[in-house]
Design a protein around this ligand. Structure first.
Ligand code: MN
Length: 323
């Protein structure tokens, strides 16, 4: 499949590259690495995202080329959709992109990928979409520049939680070493992503910790962020990143839940787990998905009912698993 996709890329001229809403490091790093790869091949490339680039990722090489409207773009040969398990994840322009593209290429590492692409490069064993983009660059025989290496390194580092999550393999480390040899400045990238938090984000974290509660003897931990808390802290949506990992880090916690109020009685729930507890399955019960140790879903209703429903589902699945 990799060779077939390389043929399609080589024989095409105009490209749209995009990824999911609520941008993260893997989404942006994979996208901008792809931009540089195609650009180095002399292709015409438009990089489109519905959401604005979070401040923390603005240092990524190529971040300044991203556009947020597709008005002027009528058609292109190939749309490359990155890190999306389904096309709708790109946001409001999904159907426009589908009709404007001759071919849709999906590159992703979600086990829940629904095969929406005309051509799919999906590998659930890859740590990140960035890891697959590296293979993509090799298949296209593009030399690994510092710009490409920096973007791919960022994608891998963020999706593996700095090489700590169970999606990390010895291959991930080998690849990281190669990227560092090609100029990815691992110390600087880590500082820019993890050690440049704006004060409102820290204030929000303090307020969020006040909502911390536990169920099932501490095995399930949860926190809540409301729109009012964001306003009071002067924080942005993107400043909630990492909060759920703080809950998982508590001793004895096996499942961490983060309830984010998107609108009244409308919550996005992020789930994290330790070891073999499959939170993708739990999120799946509510129409969501993701990976074994990290997933998400959206649930409507009042927060107390939602909390009870989630705890019940987690307990039911856990008793099924251990019995
Ligand atoms: Mn990813």
């Amino acid at each position: 499949m990799l060779d077939k996709i390389a043929d399609i890329i080589n024989s095409s001229k105009t490209f749209l590259v995009t990824t999911h809403i609520r941008l993260d490091g893997d989404a942006l790093g994979s996208e901008l690495a792809t931009y540089h790869i195609l650009n180095d091949l002399g292709k015409d490339v438009v990089v489109y995202n519905q959401d604005k680039t979070p401040d923390v990722y603005k240092f990524l090489p190529g971040a300044d080329v991203v556009v947020h409207t597709l008005d002027a773009v009528e058609s292109f040969d190939v749309a490359i959709i990155l890190d999306c398990s389904e096309l709708d994840r790109v946001g409001d322009q999904a159907s426009h992109i589908q009709s404007a593209a001759r071919d849709i290429v999906s590159i992703d590492h979600h086990i829940s990928n629904d095969n929406f692409g005309d051509h799919s490069l999906v590998d659930p064993s890859a740590s990140s979409t960035g890891e697959i983009i590296y293979r993509f660059s090799e298949a296209l025989k593009v030399s690994l520049t510092k710009d490409i290496a920096t973007n791919i390194y960022t994608a891998i580092m963020t999706d593996t939680g700095s090489f700590r999550y169970s999606n990390t393999t010895s291959n991930t480390f080998k690849l990281a070493a190669k990227l560092i040899e090609r100029g990815a400045d691992f110390r600087l990238i880590s500082e820019l992503i993890y050690e440049t938090k704006p004060l409102p984000q820290i204030r929000l974290m303090g307020m969020t910790l006040d909502t911390l509660e536990f169920h099932e003897n501490g095995k399930i931990g949860s926190v809540l962020v409301t729109q009012k808390m964001l306003r009071d802290a002067g924080a942005l949506n993107e400043h909630t990143e990492g909060i759920v990992d703080l809950v998982r880090s508590v001793k004895g916690t096996e499942v961490a839940l983060f309830y984010f109020e998107m609108a009244e009685n409308d919550f996005k729930v992020s789930l994290r787990s330790k070891r073999e507890i499959d939170v993708a399955r739990i999120a799946g019960e509510f129409g969501g998905g993701g990976h074994v140790n990290a997933s998400a879903c959206r649930i409507k209703g009042d927060i107390e009912t939602i909390k009870r429903r989630l705890v019940n589902v987690i307990c039911a699945m856990e008793s099924e698993r251990v019995n």
